[in-house]
Design a protein around this ligand. Sequence first.
Ligand code: UFG
Length: 344
Amino acid sequence: MSKRVLVSGGAGFIGSHVTVELIQAGYEVVVADDMSNCDLTCFEGVKKITGREDIPFVKMNFCDLDAVNRLFDGYRIDAVIHFAAFKAVGESVAEPIKYYTNNLSSFLNVLEAARTHGGCNVLFSSSATVYGEPEKLPVTEASPRQSATSPYGNTKQICEDILRDSVKAYPGLKGIALRYFNPIGAHPSALIGELPRGVPNNLVPFITQTAIGKRECLSIFGNDYPTEDGTCLRDYIDIVDLAKAHVYAVRRMLDGKMEQDYEIFNIGTGRPVSVLELVTTFEKVNHLKLNYKFAPRRAGDVTAIWADPTLANQKLGWKAERTVEETLSAAWAWEKRLAERAHE
Ligand code: UFG
């Protein structure tokens, strides 16, 4: 019998790509989402890509413990991948209570339901933001976490700690935290991708929206950083590569291969790319000119961060495979497809 994975927040950007990879790897998936930050576009795309019209979908809010318990009553769940959380850094500074309430209680409810339903494997979507401004690069999982600079970042750290403490206390509960670097791109089918609401905060959606004419000009935040070209360095990880890492992690949990009951893995490429390099690569691979200007630094940005992904390479058997060129061409194909749909 196939193992079943619950994907909370499974209709969003990362969740939809993960759902595709899980199904293609032979897992049964239940997608649950409150649709507070997405519409059904990506879920419909997932059905098309996988050819599966029958993927169970539950519209629900994970802050409602009764609803989470009902979900666990209704399905035998072998593993949960938890994405359901708010993720806008700036908004979290303006509305910390909203962020702490939502991000912590939804995760606590998942763990509570998992615990009371006989245990479960729980994969938490964490972030490289937990490393803050690292003293040594690249960062390994042993690099120290730094005090979070936003409530959003703090919820990632707190949820990691909650997972660590819970697996220690409750037999049958196992946990993995994946620390994502900068997920970008879209599925090569252009059927699923990022759908930011309003003005995008992240670099790549801003680039693609500028290229399509939705935004007038990209601001590159800061060209006076102590890097080669003066712009920040990040580790941009292709969304399909990132999604595949979840399949490897789930397999490790379900196959009983974990060496500890709580494990952490960096999910990145190990290659630093500057903001300017990303912009010029986007122009080159997609044969276009982007309207951009240099602007002052953005508050809270770290100068440079990239992953040492050795642990994930060795223990999960996962490696980032797609080139940044492929990723940026997929991101552009997705933006163009969105524009076509808007005109249909
Ligand atoms: N950037 C620009 N112009 C933009 C948007 C971004 O120059 O319009 C620059 C940023 O200054 C930064 C780089 O592009 O140097 C990447 O910025 P993103 O916002 O795309 O990503 P971050 O590295 O800031 O974000 C990452 C994760 C987030 C997490 C955040 C916490 O992707 O999920 O770290 O700091 F919240």
